[in-house]
Design a protein around this ligand. Structure first.
Ligand SMILES: [Fe+2]
Length: 209
């Protein structure tokens, strides 16, 4: 299998998070509001990372690909899928906040249904992107033009970058870790996620332990 790009690594982290969330909702301990509040927090983190990822694609990656001759229709489809995904994420956030207030089995069932719907929408988009765009992104890796794009995809603050790397590597497979090392030097990933990623390691990672 070809090693994933950073885009592929982020997709894997999103899939892991959605799988963990679905598993955490089933079976549901009726009335457990504290657990629901932890899940709501973890999902808010996922939503923030995924939104950041897609805003970066809309603002920087699609215009770059358009300049390299990628069909406008395909990029418009990607943008429309991002819209569908934002709506799905908003729906799941609402379902989880309802569950955080009640802890009830009914709200847990509704949240489960919403998470599954979101997974379907996200999966369809990721598959599409991986099939049509990932090979193109891979072909640009190492070029100054692509580096200029990825420089603009960075997180805004060191804390955000640290939290991103801590999230990206939480539960990462050996193959993905090797692919990550090829993009970002391992000592840098370590420093970012351990020293600067405290927000994720303290507040989110324990939700999944
Ligand atoms: Fe995307």
């Amino acid at each position: 299998m070809t090693a994933p790009t950073m885009n592929g690594l982020i997709h894997h982290a999103v899939r892991r998070d959605l799988a963990r969330l679905a598993a955490a909702l089933d079976p549901w301990p009726d009335g457990d509001r504290a657990r629901a509040q932890r899940l709501e927090r973890a999902f808010a983190n996922l939503r923030r990372e995924l939104t950041h990822h897609h805003e970066g694609e809309d603002e920087h990656v699609w215009p770059f690909l358009a300049r390299t001759g990628v069909e406008a229709g395909l990029l418009a489809e990607m943008e429309a899928e991002h819209g569908a995904m934002s709506a799905a994420l908003a729906g799941t956030a609402t379902a989880l906040s309802r569950l955080a207030q009640s802890g009830s089995a009914d709200d847990a069932a509704a949240a489960r249904e919403s998470v599954e719907g979101t997974r379907t929408v996200v999966e369809a988009h990721f598959d599409h992107e991986e099939k049509e765009l990932e090979p193109l992104l891979r072909s640009h890796e190492g070029t100054p033009e692509w580096k200029a794009v990825t420089d603009q995809l960075r997180h805004r603050s060191p804390g955000d970058a640290g939290s991103f790397f801590a999230w990206l590597t939480d539960g990462i497979s050996d193959e993905d870790r090797a692919a990550l090392k090829a993009t970002v030097p391992a000592p840098l990933t370590f420093v970012l996620s351990r020293a600067l990623g405290r927000r994720y390691t303290k507040e989110i990672a324990p939700v999944w332990r």
